[in-house]
Design a protein around this ligand. Structure first.
Ligand SMILES: [Zn+2]
Length: 227
């Protein structure tokens, strides 16, 4: 095949696969938990005990966030948030411009609210000497495209401390972990993480909702309004 033909067939392939992603039906699905939760109001609880703490945008371009009832960190101090689109998006690339704007605002607001609650703990500081005492945040989200794992997008925001501050597979520190071998395969050691119910879910939810509601009146560092 000539170079031009090869280039052309590659272009067709990219357009074909991206078209399939972009043209997926993103209407809310009856059998999807997250689509059902998208209809709940701020302050309401889901069937598994998480609380809706934030909503932004319309059905087509909006996002909502929940406070999870369980954490893999210290259940008296740690908590995890989850951010999801109202539409049944399964891939980050399916966001339209307004959806992307709302996603950015939601992410900024949730990060701010989480940090403010963490800062109430006198042990946590903006510049800590060790990883367990910092107001450190992390996010985790993925969009998988194989059939049995094609799910409604959900992004977790969590406090990057306790056992939740272990290196992720994309970190260089993960690559530098000592490699062991059990006679069959190589492996690295990770500390186990067990999810436990947080002790004050209603109290934290209320605090988060208050901060998030009040956020529009706050200024960013450079003085610009977020809204
Ligand atoms: Zn869904």
């Amino acid at each position: 095949m000539t170079k031009i033909l090869k280039g052309f067939s590659l272009l067709v392939r990219i357009m074909d696969e991206i078209d399939k992603l972009k043209n997926e039906n993103i209407a809310q699905k009856e059998n999807c938990e997250f689509c059902k939760e998208a209809g709940l109001k701020t302050g309401q609880k889901t069937s598994y005990g998480s609380v809706i703490i934030f909503r932004i945008g319309s059905d087509k371009d909006g996002w909502f966030a929940t406070l999870s009832p369980r954490t893999g960190g210290d259940p008296t101090k740690n908590f995890t948030l989850q951010l999801m689109p109202f539409s049944h998006l399964t891939h980050f690339s399916q966001m339209n411009e307004n959806s992307a704007k709302n996603f950015g605002i939601a992410f900024a607001k949730l990060s701010d609210a989480m940090s403010r609650i963490m800062a109430k703990n006198p042990a946590l500081t903006a510049m800590a000497d060790n990883r367990d005492n910092g107001i450190a945040l992390a996010i985790y989200g993925k969009c998988t495209t194989w059939k049995e794992k094609k799910e409604h997008l959900h992004i977790k925001l969590f406090q990057f401390r306790d056992r939740l501050s272990q290196p992720s597979v994309v970190d260089s520190t993960f690559g530098r972990k000592e490699i062991f071998n059990d006679g069959k395969e190589d492996y690295v050691k990770m500390k186990p993480v067990k999810k436990i119910a947080i002790t004050n879910v209603n109290e934290i939810a209320k605090e988060l909702i208050n901060i998030l509601t009040d956020f529009s009146t706050k200024k960013s560092v450079n003085g610009d309004d977020y809204d």
